[in-house]
Design a binder for this molecule. Structure first.
Ligand code: MTE
Length: 346
């Protein structure tokens, strides 16, 4: 997102041709399935118990043939998103094929189609997460220990990228607050920092000579933002386990902030007393702040932020819409920032 300077977004720009063509294929061939999902078939059914059942919801041409990870067995008990509840929008879902093929995951390349093309052999099982810093229960926890205590649920959130495209994604996960409680941060823990896996052998972007990011990718939240009920640790989407390109096996989702805060494939969580380093801020502090709250009045130097394009783009045009303060979650989160100058703390 830093690398190219872009003027106003055009439909021809937003999607690489190969992805566009596969999307078109999906629109034509998968129209029945897409309609079924958009009409709410998903949110009114209980989830199937096994990986194959879950995968059957997704168009065959974009589903990987890898065996389902063990944690899919937990999906059987997931409560579908509550309609009209504070945690889910009823806006039309972005089709599965777009959610898993139009990605930002620079560890796998800088083009939107690179993550799906380059992550097919990514190993997300076994996985462990290191917990460190201002916390009473530091340690290295395997994914089973992380997931076991938590009931999973579905949440349908808007995702707004600073590049001015947006999606509506049905995530599966559990509140970040519950994960944080598990490790008992102490009174000095004012911030939480997250790190993505560093493994150049699996992640070509990390061994690229042209990379400008200092790996590993890292992000952070103030502790009150982290324990806000909207902050989610996601382990799945669309009733399916999280594919590598979307941040397998577990990622953060913070729906009122620009997408770059929602860090993928987390291997370390550090509790700190002072504001931690974050990747985009380290790279271009005048462009990317620590807070990164969606704000139609505070513009990025290269992208005005008052409008957005909702994916998918179609042959018949694009859906341009006004961007809402805090990505439409103002009622829930504005109080976190009362008295703060949002133009200064961007
Ligand atoms: N996490 C890591 N580790 N690396 C990345 O490049 N990109 C971010 C975020 N998380 C990124 C990341 C950006 S810019 C966005 S918009 C979202 O992931 C995109 O999430 P999606 O690909 O699942 O839509």
């Amino acid at each position: 997102m830093l690398i190219k300077s872009k003027p106003d977004i055009l439909p021809s720009e937003i999607t690489p041709e190969s992805v566009y063509m596969s999307r078109r294929k999906f629109i034509v061939e998968g129209a029945g399935l897409a309609l079924g999902v958009a009409a709410g078939g998903l949110s009114t059914q209980a989830f199937a118990a096994d990986g194959d059942g879950l995968r059957a919801r997704a168009p065959a041409d974009v589903v990987r043939s890898a065996p389902a990870p063990w944690w899919v067995s937990k999906f059987a008990s997931i409560a579908p998103a509550a309609e009209g509840g504070p945690f889910s929008t009823e806006e039309t879902l972005t089709p599965y094929s777009d959610v898993v093929s139009y990605n930002n995951f620079y560890e796998f390349g800088v083009e939107k189609g690179d993550p799906i093309a380059n992550s097919g052999r990514f190993e997300a099982d076994p996985w462990s997460v290191t917990i460190e810093g201002e916390v009473d229960k530091p340690g290295i926890y395997n994914l089973e220990d992380i997931l076991k205590p938590h009931a999973l649920e579905e949440r349908i959130y808007r995702l707004r990228c600073v590049e001015r495209w947006s999606m509506v994604v049905p995530w599966i996960g559990f509140p970040l607050a519950d994960l944080i409680k598990q490790f008992q941060p102490n009174s000095k823990a004012k911030y939480v920092q997250f790190f993505t896996l560093f493994d150049p052998s699996q992640m070509p972007g990390q061994r690229s000579r042209f990379t400008t990011i200092s790996w590993p990718y890292r992000e952070g939240l103030r502790i009150d933002e982290a324990v806000h009920p909207l902050s989610l640790i996601a382990v799945g989407l669309y009733g399916n386990y999280l594919p590598p390109q979307n941040g397998a096996p577990l990622r953060l989702v913070v729906p009122w902030k620009y997408g770059f805060k929602s860090i993928k494939s987390i291997v370390k969580i550090r509790f700190t007393e002072s504001e931690p380093e974050t990747s985009w801020n380290m790279l271009a502090p005048e462009e990317y702040g620590f807070y990164a709250n969606v704000n139609p009045e505070v513009h990025h130097p290269r992208w005005r932020q008052d409008m957005e394009t909702r994916l998918p783009q179609s042959l018949f045009g694009s859906t341009r819409m006004k961007t809402e303060i805090f990505n439409g979650y103002g009622e829930q989160v504005a109080s976190l920032y009362s008295g703060m100058d949002l133009a200064r703390f961007y």
